[in-house]
Design a protein around this ligand. Structure first.
Ligand code: 16G
Ligand code: ZN
Length: 534
């Protein structure tokens, strides 16, 4: 009960702002203008402490970032012990905490959650946290520390990190004393793990051509530079552009993965060099897209679907060479995946594809059902998960030829190279570079595997986006009634036509996606479906 008065006392220093709407812990945690977040972050500190207590003192992560949002925004999200997103049932508590009207209400919510979940308030709790480079970060970190102090958690401040680095550290802390530690639980350990895996995968391969990486003027720039230093100068030539984190207004401005994916053009500061490989990270380095220009300076995007196809192809080939027969690689996508990528993966690679709802947690969980699950959103967030039994099968496999042996070793090195907790732009960059080196491919050869169907994404503001209910991984509307039938009638008229409508989880709008055989038809289909919503 002393703790409850502590909670109230500290909370009075972090009052809930005047804010008409409710705060919601959504797919990306809480995210909004930074000046509204002080009380929210304080309260996340309280909840993270309870979550750690609930899980017998395992370390919970808290990341302060707003990813690709503009510099004046910030956000906060919790990381579960194995480096996964917060378990969905706790999102409700996060939302309730954030919306408590007064200090007393908050203390009551705190007590109620502890009671409902039978959490002992004197049990030990540990929380590890980090932040991106936003100017509002340090103040939010102090709010978080106050929350952790009020609730009585032990905490470690990892300062400025990429989101995937924090996920890595959380998993590493919690597996440190297990028979299978994930890695050294600190930043240096992250660089060492990635660089030794990359060196193993690249053994005997020539040094790749210069790569230009746009770091969105975010945390990925300095962190990639640190990794390259650990790798050593003669392994990889990377020209990092948009790596100014000192001028915080430059973050994500005309650059970064989201800009390049949505605008389909080069970021600020990139000189078009034909056939060179380019990549853009987002503001917290958990998303990456690649691209290149041809001799005529025409721009080609290599998005998450292209990365998934490349990774699945390489892994499928290695499994074939290894002689292991009972391991299944599968790909997980969302409805936004380009139809050509799905066809290519299923029909050419003969790899099964699962479609899930938008949002990393859905893809991640579906990928865990495969022995090796490749998941990517078209926007460039994704990773490849190797199940524990797959790792065991690889480690104990008795190869009957050197070819089999090297394929198995390669798969094991890939499992170390690829962040097993969450999509990681830096790790995905190394993965793509390695696969291209193995195939002796440049970006245009990679792009040739399949040709994207022309597509169009339209944002439509409607009266009530919650009226739009979907099924079948968001591919079909069940409400408003009758609308899906009208969409179907339109789609039928277009060659390779496909279209779906879903409410955004991050904005007050509905999104319409359409693809068809030609650019004009894709645009027209998107427009016509949008008109149905008015
Ligand atoms: C969130 C999701 C992202 C998804 C996006 C869709 C996470 C960590 N992030 O940013 O995966 O692509 O929402 O946005 O899950 P939308 O609902 O506005 O289309
Ligand atoms: Zn991000």
């Amino acid at each position: 009960l002393q703790q409850l008065s502590q909670v109230e006392k500290f909370s009075s220093v972090h009052p809930r702002p005047d804010f008409d709407a409710d705060f919601t812990y959504g797919t990306a945690g809480f995210r909004m203008r930074a000046e509204l977040l002080d009380s929210v972050v304080f309260r996340v500190g309280l909840l993270a402490t309870l979550r750690s207590r609930k899980l017998d003192g395992e370390t919970i992560g808290v990341m302060i970032t707003a990813s690709h949002n503009p510099p004046e925004d910030n956000g906060v999200k919790m990381v579960d012990p194995q480096g996964e997103m917060l378990e969905a049932s706790w999102e409700v508590y996060a939302t309730r905490f954030a919306n408590a009207r007064s200090d007393e209400d908050l203390a009551r919510e705190y007590f109620n959650v502890a009671e409902t979940l039978k959490i002992k308030l004197d049990a030990p709790a540990k929380v590890a946290f980090g932040r991106d480079t936003r100017a509002s970060g340090p103040a939010l970190v102090s709010a978080l520390k106050d929350g952790l102090t009020a609730a009585g958690a032990e905490f470690s401040d990892f300062h400025v990190l990429t989101t995937p680095q924090l996920h890595y550290i959380v998993k590493s802390i919690n597996t440190a004393r297990s028979s299978n530690p994930y890695g050294e639980p600190n930043e240096a350990g992250y660089y060492r793990k990635l660089s030794s895996a990359f060196n193993a995968v690249m053994q005997g391969k020539p040094k790749p051509k210069l790569i230009t990486v746009d770091a969105a003027n975010g945390v990925g720039g300095p962190k990639l530079a640190e990794l390259l230093e650990v790798l050593g100068g003669d392994v990889l030539d990377v020209n990092i552009i948009n790596d100014d984190v000192a001028v915080t207004d430059k973050l994500n401005y005309q650059c970064g993965a989201d800009f390049v994916k949505t605008q389909q053009k080069l970021p600020l500061g990139a000189d078009p060099e034909p056939s060179q490989l380019y990549a853009s990270l987002d503001g917290d380095a958990d998303r990456i897209v690649f691209y290149y220009v041809d001799e005529a300076k025409k721009f080609y995007l290599l998005d998450g679907d292209k990365i998934a196809s490349l990774a699945a192809m390489f892994i499928q080939e290695l499994l074939g060479q290894s002689g292991i027969e009972d391991l299944q690689v599968g790909v997980v996508q969302t409805a936004y995946a380009n139809g050509s990528s799905t066809t290519f993966i299923q029909d050419v690679l003969k790899v099964p594809v699962t479609c899930t709802s938008t949002g990393v947690k859905h893809l991640h969980h579906a990928a865990q059902l495969y022995d090796i699950g490749v998941y990517f959103e078209a926007n460039g967030h994704g990773t490849v998960l190797f199940s524990p039994s797959t790792i065991k099968a690889l480690e104990t496999f008795e190869a009957s030829s050197p070819g089999q042996q090297s394929a198995v070793e390669m798969l094991l090195s890939l499992a170390d190279l690829i962040n097993q907790t969450v999509g990681d732009a830096i790790s995905d960059l190394l993965l793509v570079v390695a696969v291209l080196a193995h195939k002796s491919w440049g970006p245009s050869e990679w792009n040739l595997a399949y040709t994207d169907l022309p597509n169009r994404l339209v944002r439509v503001v409607v009266n009530n986006r919650f009226a739009f209910k979907t099924e079948d991984a968001e591919r079909r509307l069940v409400e408003p009634q009758g609308l899906q039938a009208q969409i179907n009638d339109l789609v039928k008229k277009y060659k390779f036509g496909r279209s779906f409508v879903r409410a955004s989880g991050t904005e007050d709008a509905v999104r319409v996606y359409a693809e068809a055989a030609t650019r004009l038809e894709a645009d027209e289909l998107a427009l016509k479906v949008s008109e149905l919503l008015k």
